[in-house]
Write a protein that binds this ligand. Structure first.
Ligand code: GLY
Length: 359
C-alpha cells in the first residue's frame, strides 16, 4: 500500500513517492529560486543523498546553520532572512528544510515570515523530526532558554519521510526521537506502545512501519485540532515537566544539556506517576513504561533546589491559561484528561518515584 497523507497543505509522503511528489511540485510551481537549508551535520551527512535523489542539473542555493539547539534563535533567523534577501529571494521562492527538529522548526519559521511567507517543504532527517517536529505545522524558535516561545502554526507544503536518512543518525539522537513515539503510544494505544517497545532500528521495514504509524497517530490529532484548542494538547504529554527540565539543563552552567527526547522521557515518567496518583492510571502500565524508559535513557538526579527551579519554569508552559499551569494527564493509555492542575507536593513525589524506581 502506498503511504501518503494528502492534504491541501501538509501532505506527508513516505519514500520514493515523496521524492516524485517533490520533483513534480517543483516542476509545476516553477519557483523563482530554491533554497535548501541544512545544519552543519546534515550538510555533511544528508545533502549528498538529497542531491542524488533529485534530477541531474537541479539547481538550488545552499543555506547552512550551525548544528544544535543553542542556535535555534532569532539571531540565526535574522542571518537567514538577510541571506535570502541578498540572494534575491522573492515570494515565488521555495525553501526546503533538510534536517532535524531545529532545522525544520526554524526553517519553517523563516519561510513563514520572509516576505510574509514563502512555500516550504520539510525533509526531516532525524527520527524526532520525522515522527513529530516536521509534521503538523509548528514552526518557531527558542527565546533564551525557553523552548519554542516564538513561532507560528502553518503547514509545510509537504513533508517527505525517507528512512535512508536515519542510517547516519547517532544512537542518542535515535533514542531522542523514540521518546515521541513512546508518547504517541501512551496517548493512543497499548498496541502501538508495545510496537515501539520492541523497535529495532536495524529492522528497516519494522522501523518504517512504526514511524508511519506514529505519523498517522499525530495526523489524526492535528487534523481534528490544528491550532491546539484542545485535543492537540495531548501531543504535549510529558512535555510540561519535560520542557521545564530541558530548559533548566540548557540554562545551567553545570548541567549537561539534555536532548529534547531525553528530557521528555523523564517528563513522561513524572507525568505518568502523577496520572496514576490523580486518575488511577494503571500501576502496571506505569511500571512497564518507567522500566522501558530507564532501560534506554540514563537516569538523571535532581536536588530539591533544582526541582524548585524546574517548577518555577512551568510558568512559561504554552498550555497555561490565566496564570494557571495546566497538565495533560492520562486515566489509562489512550484516555486523556486536559487542563489538569497538579499540586507542587505531587510533583516532588513524582521526582522521588523517578529517583527511587528499582531498576
Ligand atoms: N510537538 C507537538 C505538536 O506538534 O503539537
Amino acid at each position: 500500500m502506498e503511504k501518503k497523507i494528502v492534504k491541501d497543505r501538509g501532505s506527508v509522503y513516505l519514500g520514493q513517492p515523496g521524492w516524485d511528489a517533490l520533483i513534480q511540485f517543483i516542476q509545476e510551481s516553477n519557483p523563482s529560486k530554491v533554497f535548501v537549508l541544512t545544519d552543519s551535520h546534515t550538510a555533511k551527512h544528508c545533502l549528498p543523498y538529497f542531491v542524488s535523489s533529485m534530477p541531474k542539473g537541479f539547481t538550488f542555493q545552499h543555506l547552512n546553520i550551525p548544528a544544535g539547539e543553542m542556535h535555534k534563535n532569532i539571531a540565526t533567523c535574522s542571518n537567514l532572512w538577510e541571506q535570502l534577501s541578498r540572494s534575491g529571494a522573492d515570494r515565488q521562492s521555495l525553501m526546503i528544510n533538510l534536517g532535524g527538529g531545529v532545522v525544520t522548526d526554524l526553517g519553517g519559521f523563516v519561510a513563514c515570515t520572509y516576505q510574509r511567507g514563502i512555500d516550504f517543504v520539510n525533509i526531516p532527517t532525524s527520527l524526532l523530526s520525522m515522527v513529530d517536529a516536521a509534521v503538523g505545522g509548528k514552526n518557531g524558535v527558542d527565546l533564551g532558554n525557553l523552548k519554542n516561545q516564538v513561532g507560528i502554526i502553518k503547514n509545510a507544503h509537504s513533508v517527505l519521510i525517507d528512512i535512508a536518512f536515519l542510517e547516519t543518525l547517532p544512537d542518542h539522537e535515535f533514542r531522542s526521537g523514540m521518546a515521541e513515539m513512546i508518547k504517541h503510544g501512551l496517548i493512543h494505544s497499548e498496541v502501538y506502545l508495545d510496537q515501539v517497545m520492541v523497535l529495532d532500528r536495524n529492522e528497516k521495514s519494522h522501523l518504517e512501519t512504526a514511524i508511519w504509524d506514529s505519523i498517522l497517530i499525530k495526523n489524526e490529532v492535528i487534523t481534528e485540532d490544528p491550532f491546539e484548542k484542545g485535543l492537540r494538547k495531548t501531543l504535549n504529554y510529558g512535555h510540561t515537566l519535560g520542557h521545564a527540565i530541558e530548559s533548566f539543563c540548557l540554562e545551567s552552567s553545570t548541567r549537561k544539556t539534555l536532548l529534547h527526547g531525553e528530557a521528555i522521557a523523564i517528563g513522561m515518567i513524572l507525568e505518568t506517576y502523577i496520572s496514576h496518583k490523580q486518575f488511577q492510571f494503571p500501576e502496571y502500565q506505569l511500571e512497564k513504561t518507567t522500566n522501558f524508559i530507564l532501560q534506554h535513557y540514563a537516569r538523571v538526579s535532581f536536588s530539591r533546589s533544582e526541582i524548585d527551579e524546574i517548577i518555577k519554569l512551568l510558568i512559561f508552559d504554552k498550555k497555561n491559561s490565566h496564570g494557571s499551569i495546566q497538565f495533560v494527564l492520562l486515566e489509562d493509555i489512550g484516555k486523556h484528561k486536559l487542563n489538569c492542575t497538579v499540586p507542587n507536593a505531587l510533583i516532588f513525589e513524582a521526582f522521588d518515584f523517578y529517583r527511587d524506581f528499582p531498576f
